[in-house]
Each structure stands twice: as C-alpha cells, then as structure tokens.
Design a protein around this ligand. Structure first.
Ligand code: S3P
Length: 428
C-alpha cells in the first residue's frame, strides 16, 4: 500500500519505459525470425516478461540484461512443444497475439492466465482463427482461458473486424503468416498499426490499401535490432497530470508518436492544454519525439468514434482530467473499455465518484462534470489494474488529504518505476 500526499506542481524532464505493444511484438517477431535480434529499451513490466517466459517455454533462447534483450529466432516453424502449460499472467496482448502464432504452429499448447485474464474474451480471436482451420478448446466452448491449441495447416482469411481491436487484427495477420495464400484484414476504424509496421522491418511484405491490410503467408522473417520507443500510454499519466495541475511544466522525451497512438495529445490540445510536440527522429517506421506540457485551464470536450482506438488505454486518465475541465465531457463508443484488465468504465466511475467527482457511467462511456473542488482522499483500490492504479496515484495531486492506494503493485504490469518518476517530477 502506498500513501500519497502531493501538493506541488510537476516540473522536470523524464523518459518513460519502453512501449508495451512494441515490446511484446519485438519478442514474438524475433522468435519467428531467422537469426539473432537485439532489443533495447524493452519494457521490463510484468506483461512483457510474460511474453518472454512464454517463448522461452516454447524453446526460444532469450537473454535479458535489464532492458536489453537478445532473442535467438528459430524461424516461422521453429517453436517447440512446451512441457508445461504456459502462464500468460495478466497480459491480454500476449494471449491474443500468441493465439494467432500458435494457430499455425503444428504443436499442442495449453495456455492460462490470472483471474483477470481468465474472464477476458478470447473468442474474438479464436473464432476468426478457427475459420482459418485452427483448433482450440477451452472454458465456455473455447471462449475463455485456459485454452488448448492444436496448430494446423491454415487457409487464408478475408476478415472485416467486428470490433476495433489491434489485438484481433494482429492475431489474424500473425495467423496469416502460416497460411497458404493471402490473408486480408479490413478495419473500419484505424487501430494501432505496430504489427504491420514491425513485420515490414523483419522483411515481410505487408500491403495496405485504404483500410485493408494484407500479407502472403510463408514469408521468411529476418532478425533485426529493435529500439523500443517510450510508451505514450505511460507518458500520458504525467502529461495529463501536468496539464491539469497549475504551475506544472514538464518534458517527456523519446516517446513513440505513431499517429495511431497519439489521441491523448489531441484530446489535451482540444481541451485547451498548453502542449508542444516535437518529432525528433524515427526508429524504423515509428516516429519518436519530445512532448512538453504546461498546466492550464481546461475545457470539457466530447470523445467518440475514431478518437477511441487512438486513446483507448488513456481513457481512465482522461476521465480524471475531465473532472478538472470546465463543463461536461462526454465519452461514447468506448464499450471496449469494459473488456480490459477490469471493467474500466465501472472502475473509473466508482473511483471518481468516491473522490467526489460528478460522473456517470453509460453503456459505452462516461459523462463527467468538471469542477474546481478538491478531490477527496481516502483508501482506494487499483482493482489490480495498472492503469486504474496510476489514475488514482495522479489524483493524489488534486486531493487535500492522503490517498492510500491498495494493490499498488499492479502498476508493475506496465510502469515499474512509476512512483520514482512521479517523485522526481514533484521535486522538479
Ligand atoms: C494493444 C491493443 C489494445 C490495447 C492494449 C494493447 C496491442 O487492445 O488496449 O493495451 O498491443 O495491440 P485492443 O486491441 O483489445 O483494443
């Protein structure tokens, strides 16, 4: 349990840990590649360590020295059967993407996760992958983990995403690597495109026409070195904190600024935040840069439609920002939030209501009434969800009394040195 009492504005410069989405994919694609890949600035959060453990269990030799990881790829068909069931911990990205890979790997695997992951829907990937010929079985007719997978010779699929999910898109594209022919995924609304961008880096020909991504199966992946950019979803907690805390002035350096991820910056701008974004370089196909934010008076906005996939993980912290913005912020089209590490609509609404915020949950979002009243301290639970835990920690900048955060450990999922960074920004 952490006891937090924060009064000063934030100032100073930080670099946040590596991007979670890119870190997962770097291990998976390096494992399927021919040759040795070195990954730097790898996120050492628990979710990404689950991905390393899973691939080690499947016979991939992986060495890690802090945030530098070396992966000895075994090629597309190089994964071995695991002697034990594979624990995916809390990680939805590991589960969904690995199912795509194992669908076409001619072995048998048993996969399981923690209590949160065990109730998250897996049919969103097992249904389309089964159409390609994969065989799954598991709880609730294969809808939930634990799942067993028996990889098959796959046929290609032409699939339109029924939900806006990069994990589903990625799982099908990864399955498509094993299929004989061209797999196509059409996404009505763009979602994060790291899989497509990174596959190209590993030598895979991926086409994008309008909103359809396609690739031919059986292509060889070649090892490459990956420098993981800072995670904008982690940076968001401090960028949002600075935007709403008067007198703050911070710089977060070397953040990934892939346009499919920068929705949070657009929303802060829309709310009237003082924010400047500088793209400094590219790592592979990913733009990287520095973001400066100063505290300002904010106004309410609407967040909906195509905004949502570009900031899905940032909605909890944006809801907190909205509690400080003048007027009524309305978030819609975000029903996917109910299927994250916890039901994030419920968790945010319950937490912010307890803090004294006027907020209502709706089926697909939230309505938040901004106010200048200080928030109420007290004992809060992370719901064992890293992003809810960090939202509560940031709320401590706005309370008059201490916040006692229970199950603060959940933050290690994506941001192991979160409190260290928070302390450094509070000291300036
Ligand atoms: C992710 C995609 C998103 C996001 C998750 C990471 C990814 O999930 O919420 O944290 O790396 O592909 P969905 O695809 O379920 O929206």
């Amino acid at each position: 349990m952490h006891i937090l009492k924060r009064v000063s504005p934030l100032s100073g410069t930080i670099t946040v840990p590596g991007d979670k989405s890119i870190s997962h994919r770097s291990i998976m694609l390096s494992a399927l590649a021919e040759g040795t890949s070195t990954i730097t600035n790898f996120l050492t959060g628990e979710d990404c360590l689950s991905t390393i453990d899973a691939f080690r269990k499947m016979g991939i030799s992986i060495q890690r020295d802090h945030s530098t990881v070396t992966v000895h790829g075994e090629g597309l068909y190089g994964l071995k059967e695991s002697m034990e069931p594979i624990n995916l911990g809390n990680s939805g990205t590991t589960a969904r993407l690995i199912l795509g890979i194992l669908a076409g790997t001619p072995n048998h695997y048993c996969l399981y996760g923690d209590t949160s992951l065990s109730v998250r829907p897996m049919d969103r990937v097992t249904v389309p992958l089964s159409k390609m010929g994969a065989r799954f079985d598991g709880n609730q007719e294969g809808r939930l983990l634990p799942l067993s997978v028996r990889g098959q010779e796959l046929t290609p699929l032409d699939y339109t995403l029924p939900i806006n999910s990069a994990q589903v898109k990625s799982a099908i594209l990864l399955g498509g690597l094993f299929a004989d022919g061209t797999t196509k995924v059409t996404e009505p609304v763009p979602t994060r495109d790291h899989t497509e961008r990174m596959l190209k880096g590993y030598g895979v020909k991926v086409k994008k026409e309008h909103n359809t991504i396609s690739l031919d199966g059986k292509q060889t992946l070649y090892a490459m070195d990956v420098e993981v950019p800072g995670d904008i979803s982690s940076a968001a907690f401090f960028l949002c904190a600075a935007a709403m805390k008067e007198g703050s002035d911070i710089v977060v350096k070397d953040i990934g600024l892939n346009p499919t991820r920068t929705g949070v910056l657009d929303m802060l701008e829309r709310m009237g935040a003082s924010i400047s974004i500088q793209v400094t370089r590219h790592i592979g196909d990913e733009p990287i840069g520095d973001v400066t934010v100063k505290g300002s008076n904010l106004s309410a906005i609407s967040i909906s439609g195509e905004d949502i996939p570009r900031l899905i993980d940032e909605l909890p912290i944006l809801a907190l920002v909205a509690s400080q913005a003048k007027g009524k912020t309305v978030i819609t089209d975000a029903q996917e939030l109910r299927y994250k590490e916890t039901d994030r609509i419920q968790a945010v609404v319950d937490t912010l209501q307890q803090m004294g915020v006027e907020i209502e949950g709706t089926e697909d979002g939230m309505v938040i009434h901004g106010s200048t009243k200080p928030l109420q301290g007290g004992t809060y639970h992370s719901f064992k969800d890293h992003r809810i835990g960090m939202m509560i920690a940031v709320a401590s900048l706005l309370t008059e009394d201490d916040i006692h955060l229970q199950e603060a450990d959940a933050i290690n999922i994506s941001y192991p040195n979160f409190f260290e960074h928070m302390d450094s920004l509070l000291k300036g």
